[in-house]
Design a protein. Structure first.
Length: 223
């Protein structure tokens, strides 16, 4: 927050003559990295068997991803669940078996590999893909640029209002409050993939980086 209360020529502050505006800035940038969640879901009546099957499939997936050049530290387990499945017949609950879900998050630096990562994972046991997300590594740098645009936007709004009121605007704001930032990565919807599907295409699109501020400007009445 920036706060500066200007003084007039005799040293008193302009407390009454105030213009309040909201400034907005937005940038559209090209993503340079991606992430995707890959899931292996197995079901079996025996819990130990279901866990063993799931572990074998997940190991195959990880080894296949490593073979594509994805670093080990960019493959991370983000969820592991054991659930009991039931059927309902004539109001009765009948145990069907266990469901094991193991979700991996994979970060990808080379955007040209996103489709290949998904295809390879599916071919090696993944049966659930979600949260394919394209983003930018240096989001803070772009946000700073959007923040400057937001401040300039606020200044232009204040000038327009002052001109309409036929008053003299003091161009340096007396108060600037950062309104927050928003980075809108591009998502692909969650899908269940079948083995055998290949050549999946993902278009990264553009990422929107926005910044907002609230600003107060003082002005002098023209006599």
């Amino acid at each position: 927050m920036y706060n500066n209360i200007p003084s007039n020529r005799n040293g008193s502050h302009h407390k009454g003559n105030l213009i309040k505006v909201r400034g907005e800035g937005e940038l559209a940038i090209q993503p340079d990295s991606a992430s995707v969640n890959l899931g292996v879901i197995t079901e079996n009546k025996e819990l130990l068997t279901a866990q063993q099957q799931n572990s074998i499939e997940v190991t195959k997936v990880i080894n296949a991803l490593l073979g594509l050049g994805i670093p080990q530290n960019q493959i991370q387990t983000i969820d592991y669940r054991i659930e009991s499945n039931y059927d309902y017949e004539q109001g009765k609950q009948i145990f069907r078996g266990y469901k094991i879900t193991h979700l991996l998050q994979v970060k990808i630096d080379d955007l040209s590999l996103v489709g290949k990562v998904v295809d390879t994972a599916v071919q090696n046991g993944v049966n659930y893909v979600s949260n394919v997300q394209f983003t930018a590594k240096n989001k803070e740098v772009f946000y700073q640029q959007a923040l400057v645009l937001a401040l300039n936007n606020a200044i232009e709004k204040a000038k327009t209002i002052a001109e309409a009121l036929n008053v003299t605007l003091i161009p340096t704001p007396s108060l600037v409050v950062e309104g927050g930032n928003m980075v809108q990565p591009y998502f692909h919807p969650s899908e269940t993939y079948l083995k055998g599907i290949s050549s999946t295409q993902f278009e990264p699109g553009q990422i929107k980086v926005t910044a907002t501020i609230s600003a107060e400007f003082h002005y002098r009445t023209v006599y």
